[in-house]
Design a protein around this ligand. Structure first.
Ligand code: KIV
Ligand code: ZN
Length: 514
Protein backbone atom coordinates (compact mmCIF):
# COMPACT_ATOMS: atom_id res chain seq x y z
CA UNK A 1 0.00 0.00 0.00
CA UNK A 2 1.31 3.46 -0.88
CA UNK A 3 1.90 5.95 1.89
CA UNK A 4 -0.88 8.45 2.65
CA UNK A 5 0.05 12.09 2.05
CA UNK A 6 -1.63 15.27 3.27
CA UNK A 7 -3.07 15.59 -0.21
CA UNK A 8 -5.12 12.42 -0.11
CA UNK A 9 -5.96 12.16 3.59
CA UNK A 10 -9.59 13.02 4.38
CA UNK A 11 -10.30 13.82 8.01
CA UNK A 12 -13.48 12.33 9.43
CA UNK A 13 -15.33 14.71 11.74
CA UNK A 14 -18.17 12.92 13.51
CA UNK A 15 -21.07 15.00 14.79
CA UNK A 16 -23.39 12.19 15.92
CA UNK A 17 -23.30 13.55 19.47
CA UNK A 18 -24.06 17.11 18.41
CA UNK A 19 -25.94 17.45 15.10
CA UNK A 20 -27.13 13.85 15.46
CA UNK A 21 -28.49 14.46 18.92
CA UNK A 22 -30.37 17.52 17.63
CA UNK A 23 -32.52 15.09 15.67
CA UNK A 24 -36.01 15.17 17.22
CA UNK A 25 -36.33 12.28 19.63
CA UNK A 26 -32.67 11.19 19.47
CA UNK A 27 -31.88 11.95 23.09
CA UNK A 28 -28.96 10.02 24.52
CA UNK A 29 -28.05 9.60 28.15
CA UNK A 30 -24.72 10.78 29.50
CA UNK A 31 -23.36 7.23 29.70
CA UNK A 32 -24.51 6.44 26.19
CA UNK A 33 -22.67 9.51 24.90
CA UNK A 34 -19.48 8.45 26.66
CA UNK A 35 -19.75 4.95 25.24
CA UNK A 36 -20.32 6.24 21.70
CA UNK A 37 -17.43 8.71 21.98
CA UNK A 38 -15.13 5.96 23.19
CA UNK A 39 -16.01 3.79 20.20
CA UNK A 40 -15.64 6.69 17.74
CA UNK A 41 -12.20 7.39 19.16
CA UNK A 42 -11.27 3.70 18.96
CA UNK A 43 -12.44 3.40 15.36
CA UNK A 44 -10.19 6.26 14.22
CA UNK A 45 -12.54 9.24 13.94
CA UNK A 46 -10.23 12.28 13.68
CA UNK A 47 -12.51 14.84 15.33
CA UNK A 48 -15.48 14.13 17.60
CA UNK A 49 -17.98 16.96 17.98
CA UNK A 50 -19.12 16.02 21.46
CA UNK A 51 -21.88 18.59 21.97
CA UNK A 52 -22.93 22.19 22.30
CA UNK A 53 -21.77 23.15 25.80
CA UNK A 54 -23.91 26.27 26.25
CA UNK A 55 -27.08 24.36 25.27
CA UNK A 56 -27.62 22.68 28.63
CA UNK A 57 -25.86 21.43 31.71
CA UNK A 58 -26.10 17.93 30.22
CA UNK A 59 -24.34 18.98 27.00
CA UNK A 60 -21.62 20.76 28.96
CA UNK A 61 -20.99 17.71 31.13
CA UNK A 62 -20.93 15.39 28.13
CA UNK A 63 -18.33 17.51 26.31
CA UNK A 64 -16.27 17.87 29.49
CA UNK A 65 -16.27 14.16 30.29
CA UNK A 66 -15.62 13.07 26.70
CA UNK A 67 -12.76 15.59 26.55
CA UNK A 68 -11.30 14.22 29.79
CA UNK A 69 -11.37 10.65 28.50
CA UNK A 70 -10.28 11.23 24.90
CA UNK A 71 -7.35 9.18 23.66
CA UNK A 72 -6.51 10.07 20.08
CA UNK A 73 -9.35 12.10 18.61
CA UNK A 74 -9.59 15.87 18.74
CA UNK A 75 -12.62 16.75 20.87
CA UNK A 76 -14.73 19.60 19.58
CA UNK A 77 -17.41 21.77 21.18
CA UNK A 78 -19.86 23.93 19.25
CA UNK A 79 -20.43 27.61 19.99
CA UNK A 80 -22.38 30.44 18.39
CA UNK A 81 -20.50 33.70 17.94
CA UNK A 82 -21.26 35.10 21.39
CA UNK A 83 -18.45 35.18 23.92
CA UNK A 84 -20.67 33.36 26.43
CA UNK A 85 -20.96 30.40 24.07
CA UNK A 86 -17.26 30.36 23.27
CA UNK A 87 -16.15 30.66 26.90
CA UNK A 88 -18.46 27.82 27.87
CA UNK A 89 -17.03 25.62 25.10
CA UNK A 90 -13.49 26.54 26.17
CA UNK A 91 -14.33 25.61 29.76
CA UNK A 92 -15.84 22.25 28.76
CA UNK A 93 -12.82 21.35 26.62
CA UNK A 94 -10.19 22.18 29.24
CA UNK A 95 -9.29 18.54 29.90
CA UNK A 96 -8.94 17.43 26.27
CA UNK A 97 -5.58 16.29 24.99
CA UNK A 98 -6.50 18.05 21.76
CA UNK A 99 -9.38 20.53 21.79
CA UNK A 100 -11.22 22.30 19.01
CA UNK A 101 -13.80 25.07 19.25
CA UNK A 102 -16.25 25.19 16.37
CA UNK A 103 -17.92 28.55 16.11
CA UNK A 104 -20.48 29.59 13.53
CA UNK A 105 -22.79 32.36 12.37
CA UNK A 106 -25.27 32.60 9.50
CA UNK A 107 -24.12 34.28 6.31
CA UNK A 108 -26.95 33.79 3.80
CA UNK A 109 -29.12 36.85 2.99
CA UNK A 110 -32.20 35.05 4.35
CA UNK A 111 -30.61 34.07 7.65
CA UNK A 112 -28.88 37.42 8.20
CA UNK A 113 -32.08 39.37 7.57
CA UNK A 114 -34.66 37.24 9.35
CA UNK A 115 -32.85 35.02 11.82
CA UNK A 116 -29.99 37.23 12.97
CA UNK A 117 -31.47 40.61 12.00
CA UNK A 118 -27.93 41.78 11.44
CA UNK A 119 -26.31 43.74 8.63
CA UNK A 120 -23.56 41.91 6.69
CA UNK A 121 -20.85 44.22 8.08
CA UNK A 122 -21.92 43.40 11.63
CA UNK A 123 -21.74 39.68 10.79
CA UNK A 124 -18.15 40.12 9.54
CA UNK A 125 -17.30 41.88 12.78
CA UNK A 126 -18.84 39.04 14.80
CA UNK A 127 -16.78 36.51 12.83
CA UNK A 128 -13.56 38.36 13.59
CA UNK A 129 -14.37 38.67 17.29
CA UNK A 130 -15.65 35.13 17.80
CA UNK A 131 -12.73 33.40 16.08
CA UNK A 132 -10.21 35.58 17.96
CA UNK A 133 -11.96 34.80 21.22
CA UNK A 134 -11.87 31.06 20.50
CA UNK A 135 -8.15 31.26 19.74
CA UNK A 136 -7.60 32.28 23.37
CA UNK A 137 -8.58 28.73 24.34
CA UNK A 138 -7.02 26.63 21.56
CA UNK A 139 -4.98 26.87 18.38
CA UNK A 140 -7.50 24.61 16.71
CA UNK A 141 -10.50 26.74 15.73
CA UNK A 142 -13.11 25.80 13.17
CA UNK A 143 -15.44 28.36 11.70
CA UNK A 144 -18.67 27.73 9.75
CA UNK A 145 -20.92 30.07 7.76
CA UNK A 146 -24.35 28.65 8.59
CA UNK A 147 -26.46 28.24 5.44
CA UNK A 148 -23.17 28.53 3.57
CA UNK A 149 -24.40 26.95 0.34
CA UNK A 150 -27.13 29.62 0.02
CA UNK A 151 -24.71 32.47 0.73
CA UNK A 152 -23.77 34.95 -2.01
CA UNK A 153 -20.30 34.02 -3.24
CA UNK A 154 -18.73 37.45 -2.81
CA UNK A 155 -19.91 37.64 0.77
CA UNK A 156 -18.93 34.03 1.48
CA UNK A 157 -15.38 34.81 0.30
CA UNK A 158 -15.20 37.89 2.53
CA UNK A 159 -16.55 35.95 5.52
CA UNK A 160 -14.13 33.05 5.04
CA UNK A 161 -11.20 35.43 4.59
CA UNK A 162 -12.17 37.26 7.79
CA UNK A 163 -12.29 33.97 9.72
CA UNK A 164 -8.89 32.87 8.39
CA UNK A 165 -7.30 36.21 9.22
CA UNK A 166 -8.72 35.97 12.76
CA UNK A 167 -7.08 32.59 13.20
CA UNK A 168 -9.48 29.87 12.01
CA UNK A 169 -7.62 26.71 11.07
CA UNK A 170 -10.56 24.81 9.55
CA UNK A 171 -13.24 26.36 7.36
CA UNK A 172 -16.38 24.28 7.22
CA UNK A 173 -19.04 24.91 4.58
CA UNK A 174 -22.45 23.73 5.80
CA UNK A 175 -25.31 22.89 3.51
CA UNK A 176 -27.57 23.60 6.46
CA UNK A 177 -30.88 22.95 4.73
CA UNK A 178 -29.77 20.13 2.42
CA UNK A 179 -30.30 22.27 -0.67
CA UNK A 180 -27.15 21.89 -2.73
CA UNK A 181 -26.35 19.28 -5.39
CA UNK A 182 -23.03 17.58 -6.17
CA UNK A 183 -21.81 19.89 -8.93
CA UNK A 184 -22.67 23.01 -6.95
CA UNK A 185 -21.11 21.57 -3.79
CA UNK A 186 -17.85 21.03 -5.69
CA UNK A 187 -18.02 24.46 -7.34
CA UNK A 188 -18.31 26.25 -4.01
CA UNK A 189 -15.17 24.57 -2.69
CA UNK A 190 -13.29 25.24 -5.94
CA UNK A 191 -14.46 28.86 -5.92
CA UNK A 192 -13.21 29.40 -2.35
CA UNK A 193 -9.86 27.79 -3.17
CA UNK A 194 -9.45 30.08 -6.11
CA UNK A 195 -10.58 33.35 -4.55
CA UNK A 196 -9.82 33.42 -0.82
CA UNK A 197 -6.33 34.50 0.22
CA UNK A 198 -4.86 32.15 2.83
CA UNK A 199 -7.29 29.30 2.11
CA UNK A 200 -4.33 27.07 1.20
CA UNK A 201 -3.20 27.20 4.85
CA UNK A 202 -6.45 25.86 6.35
CA UNK A 203 -8.40 22.63 6.07
CA UNK A 204 -11.61 22.97 4.07
CA UNK A 205 -14.50 20.94 5.41
CA UNK A 206 -17.92 19.96 4.11
CA UNK A 207 -21.09 19.49 6.21
CA UNK A 208 -24.07 18.21 4.25
CA UNK A 209 -27.67 17.57 5.25
CA UNK A 210 -29.78 14.99 3.50
CA UNK A 211 -33.08 16.76 2.79
CA UNK A 212 -32.90 15.86 -0.90
CA UNK A 213 -31.08 12.57 -0.34
CA UNK A 214 -27.79 13.96 -1.69
CA UNK A 215 -25.75 14.51 1.49
CA UNK A 216 -23.15 11.82 0.82
CA UNK A 217 -22.88 12.65 -2.89
CA UNK A 218 -22.48 16.35 -2.05
CA UNK A 219 -19.80 15.59 0.55
CA UNK A 220 -17.84 13.39 -1.88
CA UNK A 221 -18.09 16.03 -4.61
CA UNK A 222 -16.67 18.57 -2.15
CA UNK A 223 -13.78 16.19 -1.42
CA UNK A 224 -13.04 15.84 -5.12
CA UNK A 225 -12.91 19.65 -5.31
CA UNK A 226 -10.43 19.91 -2.44
CA UNK A 227 -12.28 19.55 0.88
CA UNK A 228 -10.18 17.45 3.24
CA UNK A 229 -12.60 17.08 6.14
CA UNK A 230 -16.04 15.50 5.95
CA UNK A 231 -18.57 16.08 8.70
CA UNK A 232 -20.88 13.14 9.14
CA UNK A 233 -22.86 11.03 11.59
CA UNK A 234 -23.31 7.35 12.29
CA UNK A 235 -26.40 6.02 10.48
CA UNK A 236 -26.83 9.48 8.94
CA UNK A 237 -28.51 10.65 12.13
CA UNK A 238 -29.25 14.37 12.27
CA UNK A 239 -31.83 17.11 12.06
CA UNK A 240 -34.74 16.49 9.67
CA UNK A 241 -33.50 14.00 7.04
CA UNK A 242 -30.13 13.76 8.78
CA UNK A 243 -26.49 14.36 7.91
CA UNK A 244 -24.14 12.59 5.53
CA UNK A 245 -23.72 9.05 6.89
CA UNK A 246 -20.19 8.30 8.11
CA UNK A 247 -20.36 4.65 7.03
CA UNK A 248 -21.41 5.60 3.50
CA UNK A 249 -18.72 8.26 3.07
CA UNK A 250 -16.00 6.00 4.43
CA UNK A 251 -17.02 2.91 2.48
CA UNK A 252 -17.51 4.87 -0.75
CA UNK A 253 -13.96 6.22 -0.43
CA UNK A 254 -12.68 2.74 0.28
CA UNK A 255 -14.62 0.76 -2.34
CA UNK A 256 -14.16 3.36 -5.10
CA UNK A 257 -10.61 4.30 -4.24
CA UNK A 258 -9.81 3.75 -7.91
CA UNK A 259 -11.71 6.92 -8.84
CA UNK A 260 -11.61 8.72 -5.45
CA UNK A 261 -8.02 8.17 -4.30
CA UNK A 262 -8.42 9.48 -0.76
CA UNK A 263 -7.77 7.76 2.57
CA UNK A 264 -9.50 7.99 5.92
CA UNK A 265 -8.15 6.72 9.22
CA UNK A 266 -11.28 4.70 10.00
CA UNK A 267 -11.10 1.06 11.05
CA UNK A 268 -14.11 0.01 9.00
CA UNK A 269 -14.54 -3.25 10.91
CA UNK A 270 -16.01 -1.19 13.76
CA UNK A 271 -18.73 0.37 11.60
CA UNK A 272 -21.45 -2.19 12.33
CA UNK A 273 -20.83 -1.95 16.05
CA UNK A 274 -21.06 1.84 15.93
CA UNK A 275 -24.26 1.65 13.91
CA UNK A 276 -25.89 -0.70 16.41
CA UNK A 277 -24.71 1.31 19.38
CA UNK A 278 -26.15 4.56 18.02
CA UNK A 279 -29.39 2.88 17.02
CA UNK A 280 -29.71 1.40 20.49
CA UNK A 281 -28.93 4.67 22.26
CA UNK A 282 -31.32 6.80 20.22
CA UNK A 283 -34.06 4.24 19.71
CA UNK A 284 -33.91 5.02 15.98
CA UNK A 285 -34.08 1.75 14.04
CA UNK A 286 -31.83 1.45 11.00
CA UNK A 287 -33.94 1.12 7.88
CA UNK A 288 -33.66 -2.37 6.36
CA UNK A 289 -32.34 -1.18 3.02
CA UNK A 290 -29.98 1.46 4.46
CA UNK A 291 -26.70 1.52 2.53
CA UNK A 292 -23.81 -0.32 4.25
CA UNK A 293 -25.43 -1.02 7.65
CA UNK A 294 -29.03 -1.98 6.81
CA UNK A 295 -30.20 -5.51 7.62
CA UNK A 296 -30.58 -6.22 3.90
CA UNK A 297 -27.34 -4.57 2.78
CA UNK A 298 -25.68 -7.97 2.39
CA UNK A 299 -28.78 -10.15 1.96
CA UNK A 300 -29.17 -11.71 -1.47
CA UNK A 301 -32.72 -12.94 -1.84
CA UNK A 302 -33.32 -13.42 -5.53
CA UNK A 303 -32.44 -16.76 -7.14
CA UNK A 304 -30.26 -15.19 -9.82
CA UNK A 305 -28.27 -13.23 -7.26
CA UNK A 306 -27.87 -16.22 -4.97
CA UNK A 307 -26.63 -18.37 -7.84
CA UNK A 308 -24.09 -15.72 -8.81
CA UNK A 309 -23.00 -15.27 -5.19
CA UNK A 310 -22.37 -18.99 -4.80
CA UNK A 311 -20.17 -19.01 -7.89
CA UNK A 312 -18.25 -15.85 -6.90
CA UNK A 313 -19.16 -13.36 -4.17
CA UNK A 314 -17.86 -10.52 -6.32
CA UNK A 315 -20.70 -10.98 -8.79
CA UNK A 316 -23.13 -9.05 -6.63
CA UNK A 317 -21.09 -7.91 -3.63
CA UNK A 318 -18.93 -4.78 -3.85
CA UNK A 319 -17.79 -5.01 -0.23
CA UNK A 320 -17.51 -7.92 2.15
CA UNK A 321 -19.64 -8.14 5.30
CA UNK A 322 -16.47 -8.56 7.36
CA UNK A 323 -15.15 -5.22 6.03
CA UNK A 324 -17.72 -3.47 8.20
CA UNK A 325 -17.46 -5.94 11.08
CA UNK A 326 -20.33 -8.27 10.22
CA UNK A 327 -19.13 -11.73 11.12
CA UNK A 328 -20.93 -14.81 9.92
CA UNK A 329 -21.50 -17.01 12.96
CA UNK A 330 -23.92 -19.87 13.12
CA UNK A 331 -23.99 -20.21 16.87
CA UNK A 332 -27.63 -19.93 17.93
CA UNK A 333 -28.18 -19.64 21.66
CA UNK A 334 -30.86 -21.41 23.68
CA UNK A 335 -31.94 -21.86 27.25
CA UNK A 336 -29.00 -24.14 28.06
CA UNK A 337 -26.42 -21.65 26.86
CA UNK A 338 -24.22 -20.31 29.60
CA UNK A 339 -22.76 -16.95 30.46
CA UNK A 340 -19.52 -17.58 28.53
CA UNK A 341 -21.39 -18.41 25.31
CA UNK A 342 -23.53 -15.30 25.74
CA UNK A 343 -20.50 -13.12 26.37
CA UNK A 344 -18.71 -14.55 23.29
CA UNK A 345 -21.77 -14.06 21.14
CA UNK A 346 -22.30 -10.51 22.31
CA UNK A 347 -18.64 -9.73 21.70
CA UNK A 348 -19.05 -11.01 18.12
CA UNK A 349 -21.97 -8.66 17.76
CA UNK A 350 -19.88 -5.75 18.99
CA UNK A 351 -21.00 -5.52 22.62
CA UNK A 352 -18.18 -5.67 25.14
CA UNK A 353 -19.86 -5.89 28.53
CA UNK A 354 -18.53 -5.43 32.03
CA UNK A 355 -19.35 -8.29 34.43
CA UNK A 356 -22.26 -6.48 36.10
CA UNK A 357 -23.77 -5.57 32.73
CA UNK A 358 -23.42 -9.16 31.56
CA UNK A 359 -25.13 -10.40 34.70
CA UNK A 360 -28.15 -8.17 33.97
CA UNK A 361 -28.32 -9.16 30.30
CA UNK A 362 -27.93 -12.83 31.22
CA UNK A 363 -31.06 -12.70 33.39
CA UNK A 364 -33.05 -11.14 30.55
CA UNK A 365 -31.54 -13.60 28.05
CA UNK A 366 -32.66 -16.55 30.22
CA UNK A 367 -36.17 -15.13 30.46
CA UNK A 368 -36.26 -14.84 26.69
CA UNK A 369 -34.76 -18.29 26.10
CA UNK A 370 -37.44 -19.78 28.36
CA UNK A 371 -40.09 -18.45 26.03
CA UNK A 372 -38.27 -18.83 22.74
CA UNK A 373 -36.49 -22.05 21.67
CA UNK A 374 -33.77 -20.42 19.63
CA UNK A 375 -32.28 -17.04 20.35
CA UNK A 376 -30.86 -15.49 17.16
CA UNK A 377 -28.42 -12.62 16.72
CA UNK A 378 -31.31 -10.25 16.03
CA UNK A 379 -32.97 -11.28 19.31
CA UNK A 380 -29.84 -10.42 21.24
CA UNK A 381 -29.47 -7.09 19.45
CA UNK A 382 -33.09 -6.34 20.36
CA UNK A 383 -32.40 -7.36 23.95
CA UNK A 384 -29.42 -5.01 24.06
CA UNK A 385 -31.55 -2.25 22.56
CA UNK A 386 -34.21 -2.53 25.24
CA UNK A 387 -34.50 0.98 26.61
CA UNK A 388 -35.00 -0.11 30.25
CA UNK A 389 -32.35 1.19 32.66
CA UNK A 390 -31.66 0.89 36.37
CA UNK A 391 -32.44 4.56 36.93
CA UNK A 392 -35.91 4.44 35.38
CA UNK A 393 -38.51 6.21 37.52
CA UNK A 394 -41.43 4.33 35.97
CA UNK A 395 -41.49 0.57 35.48
CA UNK A 396 -44.04 -1.95 34.24
CA UNK A 397 -44.59 -4.43 37.06
CA UNK A 398 -47.60 -6.40 35.90
CA UNK A 399 -49.79 -6.44 32.81
CA UNK A 400 -52.71 -8.63 31.81
CA UNK A 401 -54.92 -7.80 28.86
CA UNK A 402 -58.25 -9.19 27.76
CA UNK A 403 -58.75 -8.98 24.03
CA UNK A 404 -60.62 -10.68 21.24
CA UNK A 405 -63.78 -10.22 19.23
CA UNK A 406 -65.82 -8.89 22.17
CA UNK A 407 -65.21 -5.18 22.83
CA UNK A 408 -64.15 -3.37 24.89
CA UNK A 409 -60.66 -4.77 25.35
CA UNK A 410 -59.16 -4.12 28.76
CA UNK A 411 -55.77 -3.89 30.46
CA UNK A 412 -55.03 -4.58 34.11
CA UNK A 413 -51.75 -2.79 34.81
CA UNK A 414 -49.46 -2.21 37.78
CA UNK A 415 -46.82 0.49 37.34
CA UNK A 416 -44.09 1.25 39.83
CA UNK A 417 -43.60 5.01 39.93
CA UNK A 418 -40.68 6.27 42.04
CA UNK A 419 -40.75 3.01 43.98
CA UNK A 420 -44.52 3.00 44.66
CA UNK A 421 -46.85 0.45 43.04
CA UNK A 422 -50.14 1.67 41.52
CA UNK A 423 -52.78 -0.47 39.86
CA UNK A 424 -55.61 0.29 37.42
CA UNK A 425 -57.88 -1.42 34.91
CA UNK A 426 -58.60 0.54 31.74
CA UNK A 427 -60.45 -0.20 28.54
CA UNK A 428 -59.72 0.83 24.97
CA UNK A 429 -60.13 0.14 21.32
CA UNK A 430 -57.88 -2.90 21.21
CA UNK A 431 -55.35 -4.22 23.74
CA UNK A 432 -52.63 -1.65 22.98
CA UNK A 433 -55.05 1.27 23.28
CA UNK A 434 -56.34 -0.14 26.58
CA UNK A 435 -52.77 -0.53 27.85
CA UNK A 436 -51.79 3.01 26.88
CA UNK A 437 -54.95 4.33 28.55
CA UNK A 438 -53.96 2.47 31.71
CA UNK A 439 -50.48 4.03 31.61
CA UNK A 440 -52.02 7.50 31.21
CA UNK A 441 -54.34 6.86 34.14
CA UNK A 442 -51.46 5.88 36.41
CA UNK A 443 -49.02 8.48 35.16
CA UNK A 444 -51.07 11.44 33.87
CA UNK A 445 -49.26 13.53 31.25
CA UNK A 446 -49.97 15.72 28.25
CA UNK A 447 -47.46 14.18 25.87
CA UNK A 448 -48.97 13.31 22.51
CA UNK A 449 -48.34 9.96 20.86
CA UNK A 450 -46.70 10.77 17.51
CA UNK A 451 -45.61 7.34 16.38
CA UNK A 452 -46.29 3.75 17.31
CA UNK A 453 -44.37 1.19 15.31
CA UNK A 454 -44.01 -2.57 15.63
CA UNK A 455 -41.68 -4.89 13.79
CA UNK A 456 -40.90 -8.56 14.17
CA UNK A 457 -37.26 -9.20 15.00
CA UNK A 458 -37.09 -12.64 13.41
CA UNK A 459 -39.47 -14.97 11.61
CA UNK A 460 -41.94 -17.30 13.33
CA UNK A 461 -44.93 -16.83 15.60
CA UNK A 462 -42.70 -16.83 18.69
CA UNK A 463 -40.63 -13.96 17.25
CA UNK A 464 -39.93 -10.98 19.46
CA UNK A 465 -41.64 -7.74 18.54
CA UNK A 466 -39.65 -4.55 18.77
CA UNK A 467 -41.89 -1.58 19.46
CA UNK A 468 -40.92 2.08 19.01
CA UNK A 469 -42.99 4.86 20.53
CA UNK A 470 -42.48 8.56 19.91
CA UNK A 471 -44.02 11.16 22.24
CA UNK A 472 -44.19 14.93 21.90
CA UNK A 473 -44.62 17.38 24.75
CA UNK A 474 -44.33 21.14 24.23
CA UNK A 475 -42.15 20.71 21.15
CA UNK A 476 -39.85 18.21 22.85
CA UNK A 477 -39.79 14.81 21.21
CA UNK A 478 -38.64 11.58 22.81
CA UNK A 479 -38.65 7.97 21.73
CA UNK A 480 -38.86 4.71 23.61
CA UNK A 481 -38.21 1.17 22.46
CA UNK A 482 -38.66 -2.30 23.86
CA UNK A 483 -38.76 -5.88 22.67
CA UNK A 484 -40.71 -8.86 23.91
CA UNK A 485 -42.29 -12.00 22.51
CA UNK A 486 -45.57 -10.43 23.69
CA UNK A 487 -46.33 -7.44 21.49
CA UNK A 488 -48.56 -5.75 24.10
CA UNK A 489 -45.89 -6.08 26.81
CA UNK A 490 -43.30 -4.64 24.39
CA UNK A 491 -45.72 -1.79 23.64
CA UNK A 492 -46.27 -0.99 27.33
CA UNK A 493 -42.54 -1.05 28.04
CA UNK A 494 -41.73 1.09 24.99
CA UNK A 495 -44.32 3.68 26.08
CA UNK A 496 -42.93 3.70 29.61
CA UNK A 497 -39.38 3.96 28.24
CA UNK A 498 -40.44 7.04 26.25
CA UNK A 499 -41.98 8.55 29.41
CA UNK A 500 -38.75 7.95 31.34
CA UNK A 501 -36.83 9.67 28.54
CA UNK A 502 -39.32 12.54 28.69
CA UNK A 503 -38.65 12.98 32.39
CA UNK A 504 -34.92 13.20 31.64
CA UNK A 505 -35.62 15.55 28.74
CA UNK A 506 -37.72 17.90 30.89
CA UNK A 507 -34.57 18.69 32.85
CA UNK A 508 -32.71 19.68 29.73
CA UNK A 509 -33.21 23.04 28.05
CA UNK A 510 -31.79 24.26 24.81
CA UNK A 511 -31.12 27.79 23.58
CA UNK A 512 -33.09 28.96 20.58
CA UNK A 513 -32.75 26.84 17.47
CA UNK A 514 -29.42 26.81 15.67
O1 KIV B 1 -26.05 22.47 9.55
C1 KIV B 1 -25.41 23.41 10.05
O2 KIV B 1 -25.37 24.53 9.54
C2 KIV B 1 -24.70 23.15 11.29
C3 KIV B 1 -23.72 24.18 11.73
C4 KIV B 1 -23.80 24.45 13.17
C5 KIV B 1 -22.36 23.79 11.27
O3 KIV B 1 -24.86 22.12 11.88
ZN1 ZN C 1 -25.83 20.60 10.56
Amino acid sequence: MTETTQQDRVLIFDTTLRDGEQSPGATMTHDEKLEIAELLDEMGVDIIEAGFPIASEGDFEAVRDIANRSKNAVICGLARSSFKDIDRAGEALKGARRARIHTFISTSPLHMKYKLQMEPEAVLEAIEKSVSRARNYTDDVQWSPEDGTRTEHDFLCRAVETAIKAGATTINIPDTVGYTAPRESANIIAMLRERVPGIEDVVISTHCHNDLGMAVANALAAVEAGARQVECTINGLGERAGNAALEEVVMALRVRNDIMPYQTGIDTTKIMRASRLVSKATGFPVQYNKAVVGKNAFAHESGIHQDGMLKHAGTYEIMRPEDIGLTETNLVLGKHSGRAALRAKLRDLGYDLADNQLADVFVRFKELADRKKEVFDEDLIALMGDGTTESDRIRVKFLRVICGTEAPQSADLTLTVDGVDNQVTATGDGPVDATFNAIKALFPHNARLQLYQVHAVTEGTDAQATVSVRLEEGGKIVTGTSSDTDTVVASAKAYVNALNNLLVRREKTRPESI
